[in-house]
Write a protein that binds this ligand. Structure first.
Ligand code: A3P
Length: 341
């Protein structure tokens, strides 16, 4: 791609912004890592076996060094655009339902805050921009989120030792790709040319996307959920769209706070599902304005929330190519996806 002068200045500004908070140690490390053109930032680097932006690498190193996990912690893990925001809202509501009357929702925190404000990411929030937060005073159970792949998460010694509960939400790769492509185009400075779907698709198929390759991300958590089902719960976006009540029950049970018969009869599960459903969340003021994660406008976190929207964007040859990759990479794992509603 050839940039005009204005576009070149915009791309350079993006790069400078990206590098502003990097320590010399991180800059030195980046020099030794393989790199490729990024989706949103100038480069993605291959770090601990996955593709990652420079600022996130620094945050992950700091998180791996400083975080002290507890057995009672709950960690929500996803690859971007798999429904992270939804999962955060649901788990926050389940875990806090004893303090918040779901039958009288006027003051529920989710009505006034974006889920990313209530459940912070390690790498986008807590350990970003050289921060080392004191998390020791947070009451149990603490709730965090991450996009870090499983193997890299296990390089955090205290997590490996404490073995907190991990909930992974997975979405079919065709919809996840389309959602990622839209999201990145929305965030791109208007002075840069739009990110063409063909270019994004090639990068996705080559595994070059933040925290990817997507198949390794999914398989890391999938295999662990099979090996260790009391530590990792593997959920699917499509199944949650189809039957949210059963999934919420499974989630609550896994988290150690199952719904009682009375709660079920009183409609608590349905209230939580309603509170976090796409239309409700998309139309809340807190989700229409502001930026709960630096550089990401909240409004772009809610697009269509559908299963099967890929049919509107992918050509037959793209579908064939991606299906083949999924078949090859996921062969023998038992991990399958529903592609249509
Ligand atoms: P689409 O772009 O396909 O609409 P993440 O939260 O991981 O960034 O994922 C974003 C995707 O989840 C977007 O998908 C978004 O619309 C969808 N989404 C956001 N909130 C949702 C909700 N409450 N229920 C279902 N899907 C939701």
């Amino acid at each position: 791609m050839v940039y005009t002068r204005t576009q070149f200045v915009a791309a350079k500004e993006l790069e400078d912004e990206e590098e502003k908070f990097l320590t010399q140690e991180c800059k030195n490390l980046l020099l030794s890592l393989p790199k490729q053109k990024g989706w949103r930032t100038p480069y993605l680097y291959e770090f601990q076996g996955f593709w990652c932006q420079s600022k996130k690498i620094q945050a992950i190193i700091s998180f791996q060094k400083h975080f002290i996990s507890r057995e009672s912690d709950v960690i929500l893990a996803t690859i971007p655009k798999s429904g992270t925001t939804w999962l955060k809202g649901l788990v926050f509501s389940i875990m806090n339902r004893k303090h918040i009357d779901v039958k009288n929702l006027k003051n529920h925190p989710l009505l006034h805050s974006n889920p990313h404000d209530l459940v912070p990411f390690f790498e986008y929030k807590l350990y970003s921009d050289n921060q080392i937060p004191d998390l020791s005073r947070l009451p149990d159970p603490r709730l965090f989120a991450t996009h870090i792949p499983f193997n890299s998460l296990m390089q955090q010694n205290s997590i490996k030792n404490a073995s907190p509960k991990i909930v992974y939400l997975c979405r079919n790769p065709l919809d996840t790709f389309v959602s990622s492509w839209h999201f990145v185009n929305n965030l791109r400075p208007k002075s840069l040319p739009p990110f063409q779907i063909e270019e994004a698709f090639k990068m996705y198929c080559d595994g070059i996307i933040g925290f990817g390759p997507f198949w390794e991300h999914m398989l890391g958590y999938w295999n662990e959920s099979l090996k260790n089902p009391t530590a990792v719960l593997f959920l699917k976006y499509e199944a949650m769209r189809e039957d949210i009540v059963s999934n919420l029950k499974e989630l609550a049970k896994f988290l150690g706070c199952p719904f009682s018969v009375e709660e079920e009869q009183e409609g608590v599960i349905k209230e939580i599902a309603k509170l976090c459903c796409f239309d409700k969340m998309k139309n809340l003021e807190a989700n229409k304005t502001g930026k709960s994660i630096k550089n990401f406008e909240n409004k772009y976190l809610f697009r269509k929330g559908e299963v099967g929207d890929w049919v509107n964007y992918l050509s037959p040859s793209m579908v064939e190519q991606l299906s083949q990759i999924m078949e090859e990479k996921l062969a023998g794992s038992g991990l399958t996806f529903k592609l249509f509603p």
